[in-house]
Design a binder for this molecule. Structure first.
Ligand SMILES: [Zn+2]
Length: 123
């Protein structure tokens, strides 16, 4: 439940931050006419806010990766929860679920559903 919520938040994190900045722009635009120093303050807050949002995104991704690694180590798919259906593909330690086709790398990061690559044909 919590992992699913965290996963959805990580997928939409960039859009959420963009929406926050768009709303801040609208507020700052209104303050141009009401109280101009507030616009200047919001500008600097938003610039340094990028560092905060970048750090927060890193922390959220790290937590999700650790959670995914723990579940993958138990042989459970972090996305659908299917047990004993995960298979390791390739030499990079990528794991693909046979049930939902979700793919995770060795660090536990979600790669997404990837189509099975066909082997190159030797002529
Ligand atoms: Zn799965």
């Amino acid at each position: 439940m919590l992992l699913r919520l965290l996963r959805q938040l990580n997928r939409a994190y960039g859009y959420a931050v963009f929406a926050i900045y768009l709303a801040a722009f609208g507020i700052a635009f209104l303050f141009v006419f009401i109280f101009p120093p507030a616009t200047l303050a919001m500008l600097f807050i938003s610039i340094f806010g990028l560092l905060f949002f970048n750090a927060l995104g890193f922390v959220l991704r790290t937590i999700e990766r650790r959670w995914n690694r723990a579940r993958l180590a138990k042989g459970i798919c972090p996305v659908c929860g299917a047990a004993a259906l995960s298979s390791v593909i390739g030499h990079a330690g990528e794991t693909r679920c046979g049930m939902c086709d979700a793919c995770h790398d060795a660090q536990g990061a979600w790669i997404g559903s990837v189509a099975q690559e066909s082997e190159p044909v030797q002529a």
